[in-house]
Design a protein around this ligand. Structure first.
Ligand code: PLP
Length: 348
């Protein structure tokens, strides 16, 4: 891959905004360089634009060099940066699989970039031949979601490697749910493939959806392009500090708890007469095919239980996506589902 051929012309030529904190990054001194309010309150100073302390912790947890980490204001910002760095509106295209995460399409529409959607195969496997066959000179990104939202299906590393080897565009693996999987994910391939970009998040497993922190792992060369175009202070001080605090005392038992609860819920859902199939999941949610997703959604809503109705998604007719909650919440859900079954409010 030749990165220069993938970067948009305007981005290649542009100079990054040089912030006050770029020019001088020491901790001690009299800071009269950024027009801040000098009265110390903990938030009166601009944040570290490169989030060094947070990156140090993340790189330790993930076993990745800090130079290969970029932090975004949620993975949504990471994806947004990728579009704006590499995809020329009205000219370039991206390849995604469908059904998958809705943001890929929102971003492609927003940026006026064609999204070539490759329908998943049976059992929700990705169609590698179709993906590779659809790549042309204007394809900049292939986005693979593993484990996939809403199917919960993991893409085997071998299959990701096969695509990485066959194409010379960038391959983005969205691993928002990888922390719930027994699979190690694609981080181990980072040194081997210079066209690989991995996106993860602190929103799901690490429980910080409210902070908006997305992680991007890639070569230094790719990250230098993204760092050039990112808003200089994209991650605020409070998010950086809180994330450091949470990560330092993170309870790693949570993974086992989710998997145990997921297994239990899988069995319970399967017992219900109006559930036709529960799909195996590597994530913290289950996708279930039901007799009538709209009716089920409404019935649960009456009991103030909110799930995601995915019936309008490709291949997901009458499917609902259910997050794994606390033990108590999951018991409530199953009880509500059994009541619905007993009342026969869904008639079959
Ligand atoms: C939830 C989710 C994300 C996370 O987005 P954030 O902006 O980091 O909260 C990313 N990708 C997928 C597939 C998701 O489901």
């Amino acid at each position: 891959m030749i990165l220069d051929e993938l970067v948009r012309e305007n981005v290649k030529n542009m100079k990054a905004y040089s912030s006050a904190r770029d020019e001088f990054s020491g901790m001690e001194g009299v800071f009269l360089d950024a027009n801040e309010n000098p009265n110390e309150s903990g938030i009166n100073r601009y944040p570290d634009p490169y989030q060094q302390e947070l990156k140090n912790i993340i790189s330790k947890i993930k076993g990745v060099n800090t130079k290969n980490v970029l932090i975004g204001n949620g993975s949504d910002e990471v994806l947004d940066l990728l579009f704006r760095a590499f995809c020329e509106p009205k000219v370039d295209n991206i390849i995604t699989c469908t059904p998958s995460y809705g943001m890929y399409n929102v971003l492609s529409e927003l940026n006026n970039v064609e999204n070539r959607k490759i329908v998943l195969k049976e059992d929700f496997e990705i169609d590698s031949d179709e993906i590779i066959g659809n790549v042309d000179d204007n394809t900049k990104l292939i986005i693979l979601c593993s484990p996939n939202n809403p199917t919960g299906k993991l893409i085997p590393l071998k299959q990701i490697e096969l695509i990485l080897e066959k194409v010379s565009c960038l391959v983005v693996v969205d691993e928002a749910y990888i922390d719930f999987s027994a699979d190690e994910g694609a981080l181990s391939l980072l040194q081997k493939y210079d066209n690989l970009i991995i996106s993860q998040t602190l929103s799901k497993y690490y429980g910080m959806a409210g902070l908006r922190l997305g992680l991007c792992f890639a070569s230094e060369e790719i990250l230098s392009v993204l760092n050039r175009i990112k808003p200089p202070y994209n991650v605020n001080t409070l998010s950086q500090e809180k994330a450091i605090e949470v990560l330092k005392q993170f309870d790693s038992n949570y993974k086992k708890e989710v998997i145990d609860e997921r297994d239990k819920m899988f069995d319970e859902l399967n017992k219900l007469s109006f559930v036709e199939k529960v799909f195996p999941s590597d994530a913290n949610f289950l996708l279930a095919k039901t007799k009538d997703a709209n009716l089920l959604y409404d019935e649960l809503l009456k009991q103030k239980i909110i799930i995601r109705n995915r019936t309008k998604e490709m291949l997901c007719e009458n499917c609902v996506r259910i997050s794994i909650g606390t033990k108590e919440e999951n018991v409530k859900l199953i009880k509500a589902l059994k009541d619905i079954e007993d009342e026969k409010s869904i008639v079959y």
